[in-house]
Design a protein around this ligand. Structure first.
Ligand SMILES: [Fe+2]
Ligand SMILES: [Fe+2]
Length: 264
């Protein structure tokens, strides 16, 4: 069994430990059980004890951080190995000679079933998640460019005196509100970041940002909107905007905020 970079899950600490274990088991498997020295065996067992202790907690923390959906099932498999290793150690301490052929087979199976299959799934999940994030970024960049070019076009029509200042202002607000609703509430935070950017660039003014927010909230139901936004940070951001522009009663805002924080 040889290490392959395809087994990497994207966490260098965990990957280094996996590589070490795969290499060690690979070496052991290439020996004749009768020729494995006590030192070699002690090295493996020492590594295995450390592995169960540090490696699992590092890997579980990593799965938690990336919101891996099968963390609990995975944790159970780790608990099972901890039990198995403890049994091996207990037998050793009580003076029982280890059955090297059995131990090598046990490790081989564990590496093949766990690291190369179960742990590998964590890496696949992370790769897909990153791909999705990249796609979302690209999508948002495209939307931002589209919005800016449309605003520039309106400005151009106004400068050519083909539309009046009131039309120009109204159209901008209407267009920005419609854009957010069509992009989706999920992207609310990046949309408001874009509005701040447009204010910085003097393309819109602060007052218009409030008007855009007002237009948006006229068309959505706060409670329903909070339900469709997946991230807690984004839901709290929505409430902050609602509060900043006085778009709902403080009582409603507090109630929604408490509901969100309750589920933390
Ligand atoms: Fe692992
Ligand atoms: Fe694992």
């Amino acid at each position: 069994m040889l290490w392959d970079t395809a087994f990497e899950i994207g966490c260098p600490r965990v990957d280094d430990q996996h590589r070490e274990l795969v290499d060690m088991v690979g070496q052991l498997s290439s020996f004749n059980p009768a020729e494995i020295s006590n030192k070699k065996l002690a090295d493996v067992l020492r590594f295995l004890v450390g592995y169960t202790r540090y490696h699992f907690s590092a890997e579980e923390q990593f799965m938690f951080n990336i919101e891996y959906p099968h963390l609990e099932e995975h944790r159970k498999m780790h608990d099972q190995l901890i039990q198995d290793v403890n049994r091996i150690l207990l037998n050793l301490r009580s003076g029982e000679k280890p059955d090297i052929a059995w131990l090598v087979k046990f490790l081989n199976e564990w590496v093949a079933n766990h690291i190369l299959e179960e742990d590998h799934k964590i890496g696949i999940f992370l790769k897909n998640k990153n791909l999705q994030i990249d796609e979302q970024k690209k999508f948002l960049e495209g939307e931002k460019a589209r919005i800016i070019s449309k605003l520039e076009r309106l400005k151009d029509l106004f400068q050519k005196k083909l539309i009046l200042i009131d039309d120009f202002r109204e159209k901008r607000i209407e267009f920005l509100a419609e854009s957010l609703l069509s992009i989706g509430l999920k992207y609310l935070r990046s949309f408001f970041e874009l509005l701040d950017h447009l204010i910085e660039q003097k393309i819109i003014i602060e007052k218009e940002k409030a008007r855009v927010a007002e237009e948006i909230f006229k068309k959505i139901n706060l409670n329903e909107a909070l339900k469709v936004i997946p991230e807690i940070e984004d839901r709290l951001f929505l409430l902050r905007i609602v509060q900043e522009f006085d778009l709902a009663s403080l009582e409603t805002i507090d109630k929604e905020k408490n509901d969100i924080l309750k589920n933390l």
